[in-house]
Write a protein that binds this ligand. Sequence first.
Ligand SMILES: [Zn+2]
Length: 486
Amino acid sequence: MQSFLFLFTLPSLIISQTSLSEILRRSDRSRLFDTLTEIVHEEYKDKGQSSDQIVPVQYQRREASIAAANEKLQDILYEGDILVTPQFLERVVDASLRRQGNRLKRQAFLDATYPMSIWTEGVPYVLHPSLSLSSRASIQRAISFWHEETCINFRPRTNEVQYLNFVGNGDGCWSSVGRDTKSGPQPVSIGAGCSHFGVTSHELAHALGLFHEQSRYDRDRFVTLNTNRVPRRLLYNFAKIGDDELTTYSLPYDVGSVMHYAPTEFAIDRRFPALTSVDPNLQFAMGNLYGPTFVDVALLNVHYNCASKCRSALNCANGGYIDSRKCDRCKCPSGFGGRLCDEVDVSFSQNCGGIVQVGEDVRRFTITIRQSGMIREKDCIYHFVAPPRRRILINVLQVDGTCVEGCHLDTAEFKMVADLRPVGYRLCCNEQRGSRLVSVGNIVPAIFQSTRKTYSIRFEYTLQAVRTKRRVVQSDMQQTIVDVEN
Ligand SMILES: [Zn+2]
């Protein structure tokens, strides 16, 4: 450890004397992890959120946790569930050291071997007999999901040399990232505690080429890493990945991505999150385990160049793009529907959903979605619409949902920022009552969802008052009051 501390006080000197790979050649994986730990510690030691800024939330236990399932494998796996080669780790270390300042870089696996690192000829797969019945069903669901939502074709293996081998004999949920050109059967482990769809769709996304969302270079603009809340020896799990290996394809950062860590992943104390969202209203959306989001799906569509499957040109609205499996229609961000994503998405029942006009009056909205009957997953979708250039204010009075990290079970979601593609503000915990949410645009898609139990929310909505700021300019004895519209 001593020598590494020295290395990081004088990195440039050491590198000028000998290449990093020479220093690290003798090292094993754990020394690389220690190296990354020091890099992360150096970068973030003076940053982060103080604990008195935190309002403790009584979260319920999550129904599945990759970190818990992989606890024994913590010293082998990278970022909790990724199998990496020492060569890959060396490149991450090397790039982290070379990085200077806050250069914005380009989260999919895009190294020099691309497109060798993707499954251009489709994905042959084998479900190993070691898998439990529930894991098998969940893997099939994940395969169907990624097959339908992208242009990636899956097929049971016949005689292909390279294929995904889903195994369940050992502990843990893990995968490598992208197609490993060196291996024949590439293992994806779906062991005990991993059969949740949020987990299987996540591990399969790794195998198809996705890294974790918070590995993105630009993550510091969206999430804050609080290193004082993570055991020091585990800090390597919070390294960023260089643009030699990773590209975001200019898609927006999605705090609600199924590829994003939960706030308390690797945290010492579950009351104090290791990761906090820069926009505080997004904190509850982090740690989604429901399944892949619009942005997750869009990322793999771009990574596999699915747009090339369609000759049609469509003007998809609101950030939608052409569905490569149905070229005459668009794939839409959540809350939007219709062929061109210019309509309110369809609700589960004709008794809810639609457009709500927002005016100067303060109006109250109460919605309760009950769990009864055969349908489990119930969405009611509304668009709150204000006159052009006006903003909408939502004042939350009461929330009765399932309070879990990620708010992905029984929840409301308000999309209030300019980019309508990522997951919006989610409300599932009663600690969130009193929130005042203000939109950027004049349309707020709102999704009310019940999947396990009754969900209920009460809030007020109105136009945000056009405030007049008085800017005081002083010169001699005169005061000029300039009215500025906010
Ligand atoms: Zn993962």
